[in-house]
Ligand binder design. Structure first.
Ligand SMILES: O=C([C@H](O)CO)[C@H](O)[C@H](O)COP(=O)(O)O
Length: 432
């Protein structure tokens, strides 16, 4: 049960952006959707300095403004900066030394502001929450950082313990959406801090409104739990290969592999095939090894003799195979188009080889100049094919989703009349 007002938990929107003018516009749209508090996010403060707090204060004189400074040292000096710039609540790292927290609290009392202690990366967050409460902080934030979220960490289970141990209001942050906000409120969160799922949405007001509704009526929100693999596949279905390439810092894209017809999306886990020029046996036998939702990834190496065609493609449908990638040629494009299974290859030719039987199924291969291991996630669309190592699949999927969200918001701002370089302030961010 919330310690502040159980009927109206607070929505704090984290303006994790780089530019003041975009932050102010997005803040306005979030408030229209029902957000309560405005947070100058850490990246925004680093990019624009304390001036962004002054500008937020001028633009929103009545609103509670949080400066997410994540103070680690010189507590008094930094709290003074935040307070004099116009913040109401200043964020100190709970993992900072006790001396820094005490100095922050003393300065906060002097300047009439409050302190929120952020438990991000604290060694023993539950014990530390009790310690920082004793040191005098006003709020605790149980927080899974953005990089931590990408690796699957979340803050809800820790928050459930923290709310039982402290008497001050508890905030929660870490990739919250409408459903997880409802869960957090049900578990006793007083403040839900939402960044990406509001500020990078193409419709900020609607996203804030959805969070407002779930926070105000948390018991009506349906929570569905799915497996990691289902979650990875669902995210990869919703993003593009370009989003994934950005998330992988331009690694993972196969070279010289193209869709054989357009408009097909393919997501699945690799069954790998090493075969040889003019030999199609292993490529076709791999269909029998494949499970529902697999992608058959073949190295063949010939541009002139195809190890794959229409009959093999039709066989894939019977096994629920999600698609085929061939470093080499494919034939029967007209049949494959009718069958509708996504097939990606180097080129197409009419010639087939023979079923000689050389090669391996499910060994490490190189396809399109990328190493592919069995079980790696393979995604294809009109831009090409990317391979995601299975060990990093969840993280890359989550990061690709963040890339997609950022782009959706940029699309929206360009649609309103700006150009890409204006929105991104390209000149300002060129290397000095
Ligand atoms: O504090 C945050 C992070 O460390 C970057 O500064 C975020 O504002 C916080 O995690 C909320 O953002 P989302 O996780 O994107 O909801």
């Amino acid at each position: 049960m919330s310690k502040v007002d159980p009927t109206k938990p607070i929505i704090q929107v984290a303006l994790d952006l780089l530019e003041t003018d975009r932050a102010i516009q997005i803040a306005k749209e979030s408030l229209e959707g029902g957000a309560d508090w405005l947070e100058a996010g850490t990246p925004l403060i680093k990019s624009e300095g304390m001036d962004v707090i002054r500008k937020l204060r001028d633009a929103f004189p009545e609103k509670t403004i949080i400066a997410d400074m994540k103070i680690t040292d010189t507590g008094a000096m930094e709290v003074e900066m935040g307070a004099k710039a116009g913040a109401d609540i200043i964020v100190v790292l709970a993992s900072a030394d006790d001396s820094t927290i005490l100095e922050s609290v003393r300065a906060a009392r002097k300047y009439g502001v409050k302190i929120m202690a952020d438990l991000i990366s604290a060694n023993d967050p539950v014990s530390r929450s009790m310690e920082v409460e004793k040191l005098g902080v006003d709020y605790i934030n149980v927080h899974a950082g953005i990089d931590q979220q990408m690796e699957g960490q979340d803050s809800l289970s820790i928050m459930k313990e923290v709310v039982r141990k402290v008497n001050i209001p508890v905030a929660i942050a870490g990739g919250l959406d409408a459903a997880s906000c409802a869960e957090a409120v049900n578990a006793g969160a007083d403040v839900v801090i939402v960044g990406g799922n509001i500020v990078r949405s193409s419709n900020v007001t609607a996203s804030a409104k959805a969070i407002r509704e779930s926070v105000d009526s948390p018991s009506t929100v349906q929570i569905t739990k799915i497996s990691k693999d289902e979650e990875i596949r669902a995210i990869l279905e919703s993003v593009s290969t370009s989003n994934i390439s950005d998330a992988m810092h331009r690694k993972g894209a196969m070279q010289d592999i193209f869709p054989m017809f357009e408009g097909e999306k393919m997501v699945g886990t690799a069954v790998t095939v090493q075969t040889f020029k003019g030999d199609w046996a292993k490529a076709v036998e791999a269909i029998d090894e494949a499970k529902q939702g697999d992608v058959i990834v073949i190295y063949n190496g010939s541009r002139h003799v195809a190890p794959w065609g229409g009959l093999a493609t039709l066989s894939c449908l019977n096994k629920g195979v999600a698609g085929v990638v061939i470093d080499g040629a494919v034939r029967d494009i007209d049949e494959i188009r009718k069958i509708g299974l996504p097939v990606f290859a180097t080129c197409h030719v009419p010639n087939a080889g023979e079923p000689k039987g050389f090669g391996e199924i499910n060994s490490e291969i190189v396809c399109g100049n990328q190493t592919v291991n069995p079980g790696d996630y393979i995604v294809g669309d009109d831009s090409g094919v990317v391979v995601i190592p299975k060990e990093r699949a969840y993280e890359i999927a989550r990061r690709a989703k963040e890339v997609e969200k950022t782009e959706q918001r940029l699309f929206e701002e360009i649609r309103r009349g700006a150009t890409l370089s204006e929105v991104m302030k390209l000149k300002k961010w060129e290397k000095h």
